[in-house]
Design a binder for this molecule. Sequence first.
Ligand SMILES: C[S@@+](CC[C@H](N)C(=O)[O-])C[C@H]1O[C@@H](n2cnc3c(N)ncnc32)[C@H](O)[C@@H]1O
Length: 243
Amino acid sequence: MTDEQFFTGSRKTLYDYWQEEFRARKFLKGGTRTPMVEYVTREDVDLLRNATWLDIGAGAGFIQSKVDPRIYRMVIALDISWEGLKVHQCRYSQRICGSFFSPPFRRGGFDIISSFFCLSDYPNLLEIVDSLVFLAEGGKFILVDYAEGDEYWETRKKNHAPELIGNINLRSEEYISQEVYKFETIDLESVEVKSFRTSTKDLSSGYLELPETITRKFIHCIFVLEKSRKNSEFFSLSLHRDY
Ligand SMILES: C[S@@+](CC[C@H](N)C(=O)[O-])C[C@H]1O[C@@H](n2cnc3c(N)ncnc32)[C@H](O)[C@@H]1O
């Protein structure tokens, strides 16, 4: 088995991967991500106040289930997985099945776009920047994901666990900062990296030898869009892609 067989980078493979019901259901709960989710739902709550909020890769809605619905104006849960949206647990979310590579929204319509534990599937971070055309001026993009050094994913990648199909792209703070500065339209306000220790008993992986405790490492970024946009060409990028 080679790396390429597991880390295909194929959008079609990723699409199929996320259509499995059991996989969608795994994200009904936070598991070892819970400390990071608690951090976000506590620290970022002011960003969500009265916001029109688009969550990309919302899946089973664990994050939405942790946010008081009186805080935001509306939330749209976008996901490529029907199975994820079927079990989406926040009744205030408007569920839309689709990819953030071709989302069906009006430009500039959202105050907040977020992405939780989703972009590590994709090798090229800059590709997702297309979705930011849906942010209003001065809008904010919250990105939360597993970071470089996350012991769980680093171990799985090293051992080529047979069920691991997607690209798990673990990024560092430095890497993200460098990438986003390639886009003049994005003004990065802050980047934080948090790490937590957690017990393996929540881990669903039965085929890996893992130490008794592992360090989960997460990245938490807030990108703030400029108040007036300079580069209008950026907004005419083609969004017509299938996955
Ligand atoms: C690891 S799950 C995280 C779900 C949720 N954000 C959470 O933290 O509980 C990743 C989710 O991203 C979705 N996803 C992957 N690629 C996507 C894309 N191109 N557009 C929309 N959703 C996508 C998957 O279907 C899956 O539901």
